[in-house]
Write a protein that binds this ligand. Structure first.
Ligand code: ADP
Ligand code: MG
Length: 463
């Protein structure tokens, strides 16, 4: 038997597979998510043709298996492993987060909390790495206020809202990272609303709802990202309402983010909205040129290669919609400089960043109506049919496809998209998810999507 657990070769192989796998994911957000999940893997064992991954909880095991198993298998092949390997995902009993329920004193006496966050914190998302500017100074001040006095009434909950890629997750995790450093005995939990929902469903399935409650009601700091994903009238809102009340009563800090202000969250019940507004609400806005440049300088500092200021200015000038896109540009430039040891002139920069710049320009101008038009044309139906409520499949697919494209390639909020389709917020989320799932298994649908996107000068990096 070839037992290579913990050997240098297995570790080496796994590092290579990880690098290959991450490099195949174009979308920066998806890449970040994959990095977080791979970071949860505590050990990799290679016995015969079975590669076994240990992770801290069942949810992580299921998610990694569902989302990455296929890809990982392929990458193991690319990295030189046998093509017949089987992947297994199991819970690492030593790291299992059952100790979550250990009474607080015990955790305290050990000085380090044994609670493991549902999703790991990215340790690069710190206050030090966050650049302050007029677009985010209030949100930043509020986040620092929370750190000073977690659980204090004026700041509890803290609700940060704003467009995508503007630093909400970064700020929220900076609170978590900072509090963890100041007091390692705190039980800190970060997760997205979507994951909260999935966990809830999983615990329900296993008739373990009491454990779910115990877990989330025992945290000192709950960081709940992207609450716009909660759906109207759902059990999960009831569950979260109760969790929220329990935590607040115990003076535990809650931080939430969303892409719109609380009162514009149409799928969220009024009683929850009023809770969300009960503490402090702050917005992050699109950064100015100076802030964009400052952010680029900060990010460039941690790059392996030296990137000249004129290059950073070019990026700040041409890529404005969100910080995530700027990071994408910076990454491309760094790879080029690293590989060629050559500084880029303006023409080369324009060429290298052509896709990103074009996307920026088309997306800025692109309206949801144009998307509806294009999709209707592609499927040979009318825009009125896209907007109708008729449920025949020949209309449902184009309708959901239009929702998907609008959500993925424009910076419009869910609310704006819902209004443009004259549908409920939850209907848009459902439409987007349905297409996402179908794209994985229907190559024809993927081709159609590619054709639609090409009309807008966009590529299929959105899956
Ligand atoms: P959001 O959650 O609002 O969609 P993120 O927090 O994921 O956005 O931010 C996207 C990327 O931009 C992250 O890599 C983050 O570090 C970076 N970023 C955003 N704003 C800032 C800032 N003010 N300073 C430094 N980095 C920032
Ligand atoms: Mg985010």
């Amino acid at each position: 038997m070839n037992t290579s657990n913990l050997t240098i070769e297995t570790n080496d192989l796994w590092q290579r597979v990880k690098t290959i796998c991450l490099s195949t994911i174009q979308n920066i957000e998806e890449k970040g998510q994959a990095e977080r999940y791979f970071g949860m893997i505590s050990s990799v064992t290679h016995i015969d043709d079975v590669i076994k991954f240990m992770v801290p909880n069942k949810f992580a095991a299921e998610t990694i298996e569902k989302n990455y198993a296929e890809k990982l298998k392929l990458c193991f092949g690319l990295a030189g492993a046998s093509m017949n390997i089987k992947l297994e995902f199991a819970v690492d009993e030593n790291k299992k987060n059952t100790i979550v329920y250990t009474p607080h004193q015990v955790a305290k006496s050990r000085k380090i909390s044994s609670f493991i966050s549902t999703m790991p914190l990215n340790d690069e998302y710190t206050f030090d790495e966050f650049v302050r500017g007029p677009s985010n100074s209030f949100a930043l001040a509020a986040a620092m206020g929370v750190v000073k006095n977690p659980g204090k009434s004026g700041y509890n909950p803290l609700f940060i809202h704003g467009g995508t890629g503007l630093g909400k997750t970064h700020l929220m995790q900076a609170i978590g990272n900072e509090l963890k450093t100041r007091d390692p005995s705190l039980a800190i939990c970060y997760l997205t609303a979507e994951t909260f929902l999935n966990e809830y469903v999983n615990y329900m399935k296993n008739s373990n709802i009491m454990e779910f409650r115990k877990k989330y009601r025992s945290v000192d700091l709950l960081l709940l990202d992207d609450v716009q994903f909660f759906q109207k009238g759902s059990e999960i809102q009831e569950e979260f309402f109760n969790t929220f009340n329990a935590l607040q009563q115990a003076k535990k800090q809650i931080v939430m983010t969303s892409d719109v202000a609380p009162k514009k969250l149409p799928a969220i019940e009024a009683r929850l909205i009023s809770r969300f507004e009960g503490g402090m609400v702050q917005e992050v806005e699109t950064p100015s040129y100076e802030t964009r440049l400052a952010i680029l300088r900060k990010k460039a500092e941690s790059s392996d290669v030296r990137i000249p200021d004129s290059t950073l200015e070019f990026i700040a000038d041409n890529i404005k919609s969100h910080v995530r896109a700027m990071e994408g540009a910076l990454g491309k430039v760094a790879v080029f400089i690293g590989a060629t040891n050559q500084v880029l002139n303006i023409d080369q920069l324009k060429h290298l960043l052509k896709d990103l710049i074009e996307k920026e320009q088309t997306l800025k101008k692109l309206t949801i109506e144009e998307i509806q038009n294009e999709v209707a044309q592609k499927y040979g139906i009318s825009v009125a049919q896209i907007l109708s409520t008729e449920k025949t499949q020949s209309l449902v697919t184009p309708r959901q496809m239009a929702m998907y494209v609008a959500r993925k390639i424009t910076p419009k909020s869910l609310q704006e998209i819902a209004t443009a389709f004259n549908k409920k917020h939850a209907t848009i989320i459902h439409g987007v998810k349905t297409i996402e799932k179908r794209l994985d298994v229907e190559p024809d649908l993927k081709n159609t999507l590619e054709e639609i996107l090409s009309k807008f000068g966009s590529k299929i990096e959105y899956k």
